[in-house]
Ligand binder design. Structure first.
Ligand code: ATP
Length: 311
């Protein structure tokens, strides 16, 4: 049986009269990475802050390793690594002094050198924090969050501002931690980060989870597409009967664009049709919806309140 490490039930958070989180439920199993995506102001950071014990829910429950992050703060903090969206460093301390200070404050045992090496910061150990690049600071943040190998990590936009190379290096570190059994809840604005790392994900919009599940579950919320150029001499009425919708305006312009929930069936029908007529379909493309398309549909309100795949 999979062990639930992070459990959020019907979470509501308010800032004064404003309801920033409006009934969010999610769970994350041991060794799993759950990515929380969403529009600006969707409530991702607020959700994360309640799990980190920084914010008291207006209602609902949050549990980390079975404990209440506020009521059992000391026990939970010792076992969670937190990477905030914005962190404050003492600018005149060196990198190694910063992480050692962190180690002294932490209730976890760990090695400052190991934490730095893991994030490829060993060669920067004697540099003052104020001299680090933005990307190096972000890596120092992650080194501090992962100091002493906590079993749970909360990462709030860990790769924002990193160049693609540094981002990929960070992903490798996160993958290593996952394979060692670490449980991760991550927020990000980079959809490819969620595609690359997440076992499951949710897209939040205006305080609610609009859609969640595995990547396959989430992509299945939007129709797949089939595209090809209308072959020369073929009339629109000659096209095969498909379960999906054919875009009439595109057809007038000589393009066949079909949005379908039955990709395999409709693609098979198109290929059979072309083979029987010895037609060559130029520009043929068939694809599931992308995460980007699902995200935009959520932002535009198309799939809000259609949760899928929540265990
Ligand atoms: N301290 C605060 N006081 C009042 N409103 C706040 C406060 N912090 C956040 N909010 C509001 O709550 C909502 C959720 O904010 P939150 O930071 O959780 O969103 P987010 O999904 O993390 O956004 P982003 O992707 O932009 O970081 C937003 O409308 C935000 O303006």
């Amino acid at each position: 049986m999979t062990e639930t490490v992070i459990d959020v039930r019907d979470l509501v958070c308010r800032y004064g009269d404003f309801e920033a989180v409006r009934g969010v439920s999610l769970d994350v199993a041991r060794g799993e990475l759950f990515a929380l995506l969403g529009t600006n102001g969707a409530g991702k950071t607020t959700t994360l802050e309640t799990l980190e014990g920084h914010r008291k829910p207006a209602s609902g429950t949050v549990r980390v390793l079975g404990a209440d992050p506020i009521g059992e703060r000391v026990a939970v903090r010792a076992r969670t690594g937190i990477m905030l969206q914005h962190s404050g460093f003492a600018p005149d301390l060196t990198v190694i002094e910063t992480i050692r200070l962190w180690g002294d404050l932490s209730t976890r045992d760990g090695s400052a050198e190991h934490a730095l090496e893991r994030l490829d910061l060993g060669h920067r150990r004697d540099v003052r924090v104020k001299q680090l690049s933005g990307g190096e600071r972000r890596r120092l943040d992650l080194a501090m969050a992962t100091y002493g190998d906590p079993p749970v990590l909360f990462l709030d936009e860990p790769t924002t501002g990193l160049d693609p190379e540094s981002r990929k290096r960070t992903w490798d570190v996160v993958r290593d931690l996952l394979s060692g059994g670490t449980t991760v809840l991550l927020t990000t604005h980079y959809l490819e980060e969620a595609e690359s790392l997440a076992h499951r994900l949710a897209i939040m919009h205006e305080g609610r989870i609009a859609v969640s599940g595995s990547l396959t579950d989430v992509l299945a919320r939007r129709p797949a597409s089939i595209r090809f150029d209308l072959p020369h001499g073929v009339a629109a009425g000659d096209l095969p009967v498909l379960s999906g919708d054919v875009d009439g305006a595109a057809l007038t312009a000589g393009q066949v664009r079909v949005d379908t929930r039955e990709l395999q069936h409709d693609l098979g029908a198109v290929l059979d049709w072309a083979r029987n007529r010895s037609l060559r379909l130029s520009g043929l493309r068939a694809a599931h919806a992308s995460l980007d398309e699902v995200f935009h549909a959520v932002r535009d309100g198309a799939t809000v309140n259609e949760e899928v795949g929540v265990r």
